[in-house]
Design a binder for this molecule. Structure first.
Ligand SMILES: C[S@@+](CC[C@H](N)C(=O)[O-])C[C@H]1O[C@@H](n2cnc3c(N)ncnc32)[C@H](O)[C@@H]1O
Length: 348
């Protein structure tokens, strides 16, 4: 690990800053290494990149006003000054251009490209949520606003999208201009209002297990009676090492992928699980598509952040590919409803 420090110091027109505190490394080891081997001593470091002039990704969480003033999921390690702030243009290269999605698509209905799989995923979400004109939808972790715009334009719902990243919120606002969408740059702890439907697509990974109760309590308070929630979330089975969290940290900060068993244990304190769909085969195809996107855009990506970070990203998706192929890493789409809800939730 120590060798990283000098190698990470290559400057690609950016300011290179800071080192991961031992506490974070310790936190990572807890999840990445079940044997809990002793944490490295002081001076251990992990490369991080700060491009000051373009503030950026959801890792911006660590420097946003919101996250400074309060604890947030796994980002809440108190000694976490490390910043991985990467150009938003870089992340846009990892989305479909029309709906700007950065999450696993749905391939079961014949989609063969990443872009097609995103449309299929959005249609599937709309169908399970049974969206009707006039309904209100909250998109927690709305990314670039693609889901919000799609649902507002195609189904006549009024959408509020929430993302903790300021610059991403601005991009989402631009993307949703003219649609019945409000985008807020907000931490999930600050969300307010009442909604008929809530979508949480690959965002719960950022919450941290120690905050799941609080997260579900807030989500419950935001849901109208008879309301419905759709989550798309990663999962790691009990006994399987949480290896995927390690490469993720270079781009997405510290994440936690709970097992489905943990998800059930926590979510059923607040909701009834109305259906669960396995997306692991989709995750496998999607990981291949992310690797292709990296390979196709390598030059542009390297110009933005340098080759090391792009390599780390490729390792992340190669790990996701191996993980989903071996079923060590899974993705599920889960629908939650109130415990007294007696409506049927469509499977597709
Ligand atoms: C992997 S992206 C998924 C984006 C989008 N749902 C999609 O499918 O393209 C995770 C999203 O969660 C948001 N997020 C992470 N931590 C958050 C927090 N504490 N509060 C609100 N949003 C958060 C990020 O800003 C980002 O938009």
């Amino acid at each position: 690990m120590k060798g990283w420090s000098s190698r990470a110091g290559v400057n690609h027109g950016m300011e290179m800053v800071g080192w991961t505190p031992t506490g974070w490394v310790r936190g990572l080891e807890k999840s990445a290494n079940p044997s809990n081997s002793p944490s490295p001593g002081k001076g251990t470091c992990i490369p991080c990149v700060v491009k000051k002039e373009i503030p950026t990704t959801w890792n911006e969480i660590r420097i946003s006003k919101d996250s400074k003033s309060e604890k947030s999921g796994f980002f809440e390690y108190p000694d976490l000054p490390t910043l991985i702030v990467i150009s938003l243009e870089y992340f846009k290269l990892l989305t479909d251009k029309e709906h700007m999605q950065h999450s696993c698509g749905y391939y079961a209905n014949g989609a063969t490209t990443y872009a097609e799989s995103q449309v299929e995923k959005l249609k599937l979400i709309a169908s399970k949520l049974q969206l009707k004109p006039g309904m209100t939808l909250l998109d927690v972790g709305c990314g670039f606003g693609g889901l919000a715009k799609f649902m507002a334009d195609k189904f006549g719902v009024t959408v509020e999208g929430v993302t903790v990243c300021d610059s991403m919120a601005k991009q989402a606002q631009n993307h949703c201009r003219g649609s019945k969408v409000t985008i807020k740059n907000q931490h999930w702890r600050r969300m307010e209002g009442k909604f008929d439907r809530i979508a949480i697509i690959e965002m719960m990974e950022h919450v941290g297990k120690q905050n799941w109760d609080e997260f579900f309590t807030i989500i419950q308070s935001l849901l109208k009676p008879g309301g419905r929630i759709l989550l798309q979330h990663y999962a790691v089975d009990p006994g399987i090492p949480h290896f995927f969290e390690f490469p993720c940290k270079y781009h997405f900060g510290q994440v936690y992928f709970g097992g489905l068993d943990e998800f059930v244990a926590y979510s059923t304190r607040y909701f009834h699980i109305a259906n669960v769909q396995d997306f692991t085969l989709d995750a496998e195809i999607c990981a291949k598509h992310f690797i292709e996107m990296i390979d196709d855009n390598r030059e542009e990506m390297e110009a933005l952040v340098g080759p090391k970070l792009v390599r780390a990203l490729r390792v992340t998706y190669a790990t996701a590919l191996a993980g989903s192929k071996s079923k060590g890493l899974k993705i599920y789409q889960t629908v939650l409803v109130g415990k007294d809800d007696r409506n049927r939730v469509p499977v597709e």
